[in-house]
Design a protein around this ligand. Structure first.
Ligand code: NAI
Ligand SMILES: CCCCC/C=C\C=C\C(=O)C/C=C\C/C=C\CCCC(=O)O
Length: 267
């Protein structure tokens, strides 16, 4: 997909991976709408982007992905301003094993809400232009991260939901591709969770496990994941596939496709 002139939404775009994804989209000539619950950080990131990429190309909405109303309004206002949506990256996520319901609300329900709202605007039967939805999972969506069982469950949920939606999109003729990104550890604010007892609760004492995992998988830079994201947005050939990002590089995990299962499009 050529990105120049396309319209993108990135949730959790104020910092970390989301900020990196937004920046590469802007560099490729897309217009980007950032949704984030952190107003101060969101405004600061938007101001920096406006300076580099122009005030007509960036929007920011204070939006908690657990709020249907805020999420719906942010999508609608983006469409009103930019004229449609072509790319959605459901990226907002947290680790909190104590308030684990919040983790499910943001990481899984937030991705489901974001995907359904995106579809409302993008699917061809509603007059949308089609496009791509990239849901940010984790390597912990494909294998267990023992100190974060609920986080692991949400990321497995993101992978399962996205695979099913990718097939549903083919069957229904929505014209929207869905892919998942599954990075190992990345140097962002989320890594600080390692030190926060109130977020890790009973699993804080399993520090040795974290240490072993971190030593074994290493730590990526945001730029490593951004490269994989850019490739995934541009490559239109792999609906329903996940991309794993490790320190050695990135590669596709291919699951059975709609075609393999002989699912036919309505159109
Ligand atoms: N950092 C890592 O090691 C890895 C991160 N991931 C995933 O990447 C995604 C981004 O994570 P990072 O950039 O590392 O985290 P981060 O903590 O640096 O950034 C997360 C952003 O999401 C926003 N956010 C949090 N709750 C929100 C809500 N309810 N509504 C809207 N925005 C909200 C935050 O304000 C922040 O701007 C997450 O889904 C995470 O699970 C996946 C694999 C590894
Ligand atoms: C206790 C708090 C730890 C904080 C860690 C911070 C961020 C982690 C984010 C992730 O998404 C986890 C990244 C990698 C997954 C780790 C293990 C998966 C193992 C998969 C496999 O066995 O192949």
């Amino acid at each position: 997909m050529a990105l120049s002139g396309k319209v993108a939404v990135v949730t959790g775009g104020a910092q970390g991976l989301g900020k990196g994804f937004a920046e590469i989209l802007l560099k490729n000539g897309a217009k980007v709408s950032l949704f984030d619950v952190n107003e101060d950080l969101g405004k600061a990131t938007t101001a920096a982007f406006e300076k580099e990429f122009g005030t007509d190309n960036v929007l920011f909405y204070v939006c908690d992905v657990t709020s249907e109303k805020q999420f719906k309004d942010a999508f609608q206002r983006t469409v009103q301003t930019f004229g449609g949506i072509d790319i959605v990256c459901n990226n907002a996520g947290i680790i909190n094993e104590v308030d684990w319901e919040k983790t499910v609300d943001i990481n899984l329900s937030g991705v489901i809400k974001g995907t359904y709202l995106a579809m409302d605007h993008m699917k061809k039967e509603n007059g949308g232009r089609g496009g791509v939805i990239i849901n940010i999972a984790s390597l912990a969506g494909l294998g267990p991260f023992p100190t974060c069982p609920v986080y692991t469950a949400t990321k497995y949920g993101v992978v399962g939901f996205s695979r099913a939606m990718a097939m549903a999109s083919v069957a229904a003729g929505y014209g929207v591709r869905i892919n998942m990104l599954c990075p190992t550890f990345v140097r962002t604010a989320l890594l600080n969770t390692l030190k926060l007892e109130e977020q890790c609760g009973q699993f804080q004492k399993l520090l040795e496990v974290n240490k072993t995992f971190l030593e074994s998988f290493g730590i990526l830079e945001v730029s490593d994941v951004v490269k994989a994201f850019e490739n995934l947005v541009l490559d239109e050939s792999q609906n329903g596939a996940a991309v794993i990002v490790k320190t050695e590089g990135f590669h596709y995990v291919k699951f059975p496709t709609a075609e393999d299962l002989q699912i036919k499009s309505k159109q």
